[in-house]
Design a protein. Structure first.
Length: 269
């Protein structure tokens, strides 16, 4: 069984997992060869952000001036999907990737609904912050990659993961589902959640049931009912994030139980 995993490098979170596993591409398309040597493309990534923000300013200025046939809010999405940095941040820090999409749709909604310039400026400032945070995360990932601490993109065999690593991988997949929700791709987000359940969590259920059957039952409901329903109902990303955060807490509890059980077995022998 093989899965796609997302690495998390910002603020050193998930560093141990990154060191031992390569960065992967996603099922929704090729990430681009540039992600295999990000250090050489950092200047290009930064130039792309500057270009994107310049275009963003043109779009918001056109709307504030009464509208323009040359610039539309839809260009925000087209421009973001056109830059290489899009793939670099998606692969290396899925949480910020989700924040960028949230920011893009925040600006777009403000423009389309004719909100006052001050409201648009607030949304624009949040998007700018997420973009520059994303560049910082990619720079850190690029340094790790250049030092050989993370590999090029590739697949990971889920059977090679320990139970603790599997639970961390599930949390990463939940972050990826959040990002797809931020992109307004609920079907893809749901597929990721169900895939994490079938390909990762089910393999741990047998051991976990003996440790805390009620916890397993709660997580089964979360994977198969609660989170998919929240995604399909198109909740605000903040509300959706609360559902995911609660699941992550339960997964952390599962990790503690498994580690305690492993420690007990070691002490016996």
């Amino acid at each position: 069984m093989r899965i796609k995993l997302t690495s998390i490098s910002g603020l050193f979170a998930g560093l141990v997992f990154l060191i031992s596993h390569p960065v992967a591409i996603f099922a929704d398309g090729e990430a681009g060869e540039h992600v295999n040597n990000m250090q050489e493309h950092l200047e290009n990534y930064e130039d792309e952000i500057v270009w994107f923000l310049d275009e963003l300013q043109k779009i918001t200025s056109a709307y504030e001036g009464g509208g323009s046939s040359e610039y539309s809010s839809d260009m925000l999405i087209d421009n973001w999907e056109a830059v290489d940095f899009h793939a670099a941040i998606e692969i290396n820090y899925i949480q910020i990737y989700a924040s960028i999409w949230q920011g893009i749709y925040g600006v777009k909604a403000s423009l389309d609904s004719g909100e006052d310039p001050k409201s648009v400026d607030i949304q624009e400032a949040g998007l700018q912050k997420a973009l520059w945070q994303g560049l910082g995360a990619v720079k850190l990932a690029a340094r790790f990659q250049s030092e050989g601490l993370v590999g090029a993109q590739g697949n990971i065999d889920s059977r090679s993961l320990s139970p603790s690593e599997t639970l961390e991988a599930i949390k990463s997949e939940l972050d990826r589902a959040l990002a797809k929700s931020a992109e307004r791709l609920p079907d893809e987000a749901t597929d990721i959640v169900l895939g994490a359940y079938l390909e990762l969590f089910e393999g741990l259920e047998g051991d976990l049931i003996t440790l805390d059957a009620e916890l397993v039952e709660d997580l089964e409901k979360d994977f198969n009912v609660t989170l998919p329903q929240a995604i399909s109902s198109e909740l605000a990303l903040d509300s959706l994030n609360q559902v995911v955060s609660q699941m992550k807490s339960k997964l952390d509890r599962s990790k503690e139980l498994i580690q305690d059980a492993e420690e007990s077995r070691r002490s016996v022998f």
